[in-house]
Design a protein around this ligand. Structure first.
Ligand SMILES: [Zn+2]
Length: 329
């Protein structure tokens, strides 16, 4: 491959995965069947043919390439002809978004569960073209050992006085179903923002023992703030739930598309209704201390399907601004 052509391929991939909003820019992998730069090739026609095969061979790009359990990655496969079905296989415990097809590329978001084992893992992608041709390509992902801190604390009995177990179970089911109401396209077209400014008091993944119960991972991020502080939507979306529940308190769940949702718990008051569309930065409620809490704060959670993933990773820009669907232009 001539150097300018190599640059063109790289430039194409960099446009697809703009490095400007990521802490870990995607680098073009050597596609399967492709090769690194080699010496001179005698036959010009043969060289040209090989270049075309290399340039058009589909590849998988994983970004970021190294994560900890609870993180997520963006996976892209392509180019491939229209109508190609892309299927992912991995031994990792992952939540996978619906495939989002744009141009010649298919995108997935993968969320890694807390039990993801550290080490190097292979992501196998099967590309089935409408004519029946099947290609298999691979992406590599390194899972690093997590370093979650641990804490134990008590929530006073008066906070939960009169709570009904059946109602708590019904609330959990309502939240679960609300997070699964989503569409196949990203609804966001700008970077994600923090919903409330302030110091984090309890980070994502923290191992917590509450009221001497069994240890569990913190599924979101706690930001203490004065009651009444406005809470802003971290990006464009649709309100799938705005309700007062027992343990969750006043909660809003926003669907951002592609199985990605953000949840805002324990609010004092709600400023939106179920079914409403909201814009990035729009006030959806205010900080409070409703539900299972020790004081006023926002519990801010991001889920891929029902799997909690690290909200701060969105803020750091580890997810790219995916290409805007043609229907939303
Ligand atoms: Zn929390």
């Amino acid at each position: 491959m001539k150097s300018w052509q190599a640059k063109l391929v790289l430039a194409t991939l960099l446009i697809l995965f703009p490095a400007g909003v990521s802490s870990c820019p995607a680098k073009a992998p050597v596609p399967p069947g492709g090769r690194e730069e080699s010496g001179a090739v005698d036959n010009a026609a043969e060289e040209q043919e090989k270049e075309q095969v290399v340039a058009r061979a589909p590849a998988a790009v994983v970004s970021p390439r190294a994560v900890v359990p609870g993180d997520f990655v963006l996976l892209a496969a392509g180019p491939s002809p229209a109508g190609t079905l892309v299927r992912l296989e991995t031994e990792l415990p992952v939540a996978v978004s619906p495939p989002y097809r744009h141009g010649e590329y298919t995108y997935f978001i993968l969320g890694l569960g807390f039990t993801s084992p550290p080490g190097n893992h292979r992501l196998a992608l099967f590309l089935e073209e409408s004519g029946g041709a099947l290609r298999e390509i691979y992406g590599a992902l390194e899972v690093l050992a997590p370093d979650f801190d641990a804490i134990s604390f008590t929530v006073p009995a008066w906070r939960t006085s009169g709570w009904d177990d059946q109602q708590l179970a019904d609330d959990r089911e309502l939240v679960r179903r609300s997070r699964l109401q989503t569409g196949p396209y990203p609804l966001w077209h700008q970077p994600f923002i923090i919903p409330v400014p302030g110091e984090v008091s309890s980070g994502f993944g923290q191992i917590r023992i509450i009221n001497q119960g069994p240890p569990g991972h913190h599924t979101g991020i706690d930001i203490p703030a004065v009651t009444g502080t406005p809470v802003k939507a971290m990006n464009d979306g649709v309100v799938r739930l705005a309700a007062r529940l027992l343990a969750y308190g006043n909660i809003v769940i926003l669907d951002h598309g592609m199985d990605l949702s953000s949840s805002y718990l324990h609010m004092d008051a709600l400023a939106v209704e179920t079914g409403q569309s909201v814009s990035r930065g729009q006030v959806i409620g205010c900080v409070g201390e409703t539900g299972f809490v020790t004081g006023p704060h926002l519990h801010w959670e991001v889920n891929l399907g029902v799997l909690p993933i690290n909200p701060m990773q969105l803020i750091k820009g580890d997810i790219y601004i995916l290409p805007v669907p043609a229907t939303a232009r």
